[in-house]
Design a protein around this ligand. Structure first.
Ligand SMILES: NC(=O)c1ccc[n+]([C@@H]2O[C@H](COP(=O)([O-])OP(=O)(O)OC[C@H]3O[C@@H](n4cnc5c(N)ncnc54)[C@H](O)[C@@H]3O)[C@@H](O)[C@H]2O)c1
Length: 345
């Protein structure tokens, strides 16, 4: 049984499907602070099996203890966190409390219960503004905002934990830019309010819900002046987690892995790929640079390939088509709610 925290969120829901497909039993813990309960039905619809589910915050230590006592998980995948950079600057205490406090509660409970296998959702944001590309796992780390710092601090806590007790098995996964959706169109990213990330915003523009996409910056020293990122399909990312769980069976200690495609795509290239692969037009305009954006960021993904036996396989067209299928599902659902007078979730 794998305990998946934040398993109803964007990445956790896809990882839960991949785990179920690989034959694992899954117990999801989520407080629904950034997800909705019907994701559980859709995970079941895709995987053909329903994960166990507990609605609770990781900060509720009494319930967490009870979960470990009742279910005896063999490993934990820890997705639950707040993730909006701008919001983290406004409310740093909430971010440190949830992202660090939640992780500490979880690790402490694992220690008491004798559960030692842990997969952590870190981020390429810990590399700050890299001096050279592609980014390797041993590059220097830094943070420019509370969200990024919460990831850095947890990485340091994990390093200290392994130093104190080498029987821990920790895979520290640094994600690059997850986009796309499950090919069924039933799971994807569903931001509340105005999306912070490029793909959900782009989808709402293509769906006619927003007038146009602002492309932040046209004068970066990149191939076309827009920022370059390592966009990775969320299902590839999810499969990387299953590979990490298998890896931990054979390896003690803590190992960090970049989960990216290993190739940079510019924001303008992504827009063109979206139009080409979906046939939808994407009104866009060039806007000024956004504070805090680095010009280029992509992974050296060789370590994950060599040691996890995992590589991203889905290309940018598939990322766009799957994401668009998800947006169409959301729109159809919204339409049927409006017709039936049901409130939106
Ligand atoms: N999406 C990205 O671009 C990205 C990139 C790098 C790293 N990450 C990390 O990956 C993880 C998952 O990201 P995501 O995009 O799926 O985010 P998400 O917000 O969609 O999912 C997080 C889930 O955790 C839940 N949650 C939050 N705090 C909780 C708590 N205290 N107790 C229980 N549940 C809680 C939320 O309700 C949500 O369902 C996060 O740790 C995030 O920082 C995400």
């Amino acid at each position: 049984m794998i305990l998946v925290t934040g398993g109803l969120g964007f990445i956790g829901s896809h990882a839960s499907v991949s785990l179920l497909n690989a034959g694992y039993d899954v117990l999801i813990v989520d407080d629904l602070s950034n997800s909705s309960i019907d994701v559980l039905d859709r995970i079941e619809a895709i995987a053909g099996r329903r994960p166990l589910f507990e609605q609770m915050s990781l900060l509720d230590e009494t319930r967490l203890a009870d979960i470990f006592q009742r279910h005896h998980p063999s490993a934990v995948m820890h997705f639950a966190a707040f993730k909006a950079v701008a919001e983290s600057i406004q409310t740093p205490l909430a971010y440190y409390n949830n992202n660090i406090g939640g992780t500490l509660a979880l690790l402490s409970r694992m220690q008491i219960a004798g559960v030692r296998s842990f997969v952590f959702s870190s981020s390429a944001t810990v590399y700050g503004s890299p001096a050279t590309l592609p980014i390797k796992e041993n590059f220097p780390r830094s943070a420019t905002n509370p969200y990024g710092r919460s990831k850095l601090i947890v990485e340091d806590i994990l390093t200290d934990l392994v130093a104190s007790d080498p029987s821990w098995r920790i895979a520290n996964l640094r994600y690059f830019n997850p986009v796309g959706a499950h090919e069924s169109g039933l799971l994807g990213e569903q931001p509340r309010g105005t999306p912070n990330n490029l793909m959900p915003y782009l989808l709402q523009v293509a769906a006619g819900q927003r007038a146009r996409l602002d492309v932040f910056g046209s004068d970066y020293p990149t191939k076309d002046g827009s920022c370059v990122r390592d966009f990775i399909h969320v299902v590839d990312l999810a499969e990387g987690h299953v590979a990490a769980i298998r890896y931990l069976k054979e390896h003690v200690g803590m190992t960090s892995f970049n989960l990216g495609v290993g190739r940079g795509i510019s924001v303008l290239e992504l827009c063109e790929a979206f139009e080409r692969s979906t046939g939808q037009s994407l009104p866009r305009q060039v806007a000024g640079r956004r504070a805090g954006d680095v010009a280029e960021c992509w992974a050296d993904a060789d370590k994950a390939s060599a040691e996890l036996g995992w590589q991203a396989t889905r290309g940018v067209e598939v990322m766009c088509q799957d994401a668009w299928r998800w947006q169409c599902y959301l729109d159809r659902r919204e339409d049927s709610r409006e017709t039936s007078g049901e409130p939106a979730k």
